[in-house]
Design a protein around this ligand. Structure first.
Ligand SMILES: [Zn+2]
Length: 247
């Protein structure tokens, strides 16, 4: 796994000169604009939202943004909906517009943490024009943990609740605790498919890591235990951000 070994930049010491340029807000707090990268099944969404609350910044996931834009029914939202309804990817120029609108809202005043964006170098360049990123958080989770987690995942057909046969078992086998619906395994949670998804993630992410590692400090957050509680992971990220003098 490329991202788990030599190809990740080191913990940030070499980039610490950037700390001197950290943007201090009027309230005396440092502005904090972060990007979180992590493989599927790494718990990225969970960590991003917990870290967002700890840092009092907004956690912004492009998946949620699209769903929200669709609901709002604005001009931009309708354009997003057109692509989503056809099952097509939302083009970069529309995604960046949606993101630009999102990060101009009051809850992003102190900063934000992006989850799921950028995915391509083109998106990273576009982002570069609208925001200056302060640090990258790179989740490093061994393949076996991801496979163990995702292949034991079961989803409720009726309400979408998520279970794990080892770590978050339903009370009755195959039945949702919340609504009594049937639990099933998503096709892309089969081990062979997970391996393929991880390869795609690496292929997509390595160029982004190379792009950012010469620009901003990295916080490498390693998860080496399958049952590591999210708060432990978040605390370790907080400590590393402190060490880099970013908070
Ligand atoms: Zn259910």
């Amino acid at each position: 796994m490329g991202l788990n070994t030599a190809s990740v930049p080191n913990g940030g010491e070499s980039c610490s000169q950037r700390v001197g340029t950290a943007h201090i807000l009027k309230c005396g707090k440092k502005e904090m604009k972060l990007i979180m990268f992590g493989p599927p099944g790494s718990g990225k969404g969970t960590y991003a939202s917990r870290l967002g609350s700890r840092l009092e910044i907004a956690s912004v996931s492009t998946g949620d943004l699209f769903r929200e834009a669709k609901k709002q029914g604005t001009e931009l939202g309708r354009r997003v909906a057109d692509f989503l309804n056809k099952g097509e990817l939302v083009p970069d120029e529309i995604t960046i517009e949606v993101l630009k609108e999102r990060i101009s809202r009051p809850d992003c005043k102190k900063g934000f943490i992006l989850d799921g964006y950028p995915r391509t170098l083109e998106q990273a360049w576009a982002l570069d024009k609208i925001a200056r990123i302060d640090a990258i958080i790179l989740l490093i989770v061994p393949e076996w943990i991801i496979i163990e987690r995702l292949s034991n995942r079961r989803v409720c057909r009726s309400c979408g609740a998520i279970y794990n046969l080892k770590y978050l078992k339903p009370k009755r086998e195959g039945v949702c605790d919340k609504c009594g619906g049937e639990l099933y395994q998503r096709e892309d949670d089969a081990p062979q498919v997970i391996k393929e998804r991880l390869k795609i993630y690496e292929r997509q992410t390595q160029p982004l890591i190379d792009f950012y590692k010469v620009k901003v400090p990295f916080v490498n957050a390693e998860c080496n235990e399958i049952d590591m509680p999210p708060e432990v992971m978040v605390e370790s990220i907080m400590q590393k951000l402190r060490k880099l003098n970013l908070i």
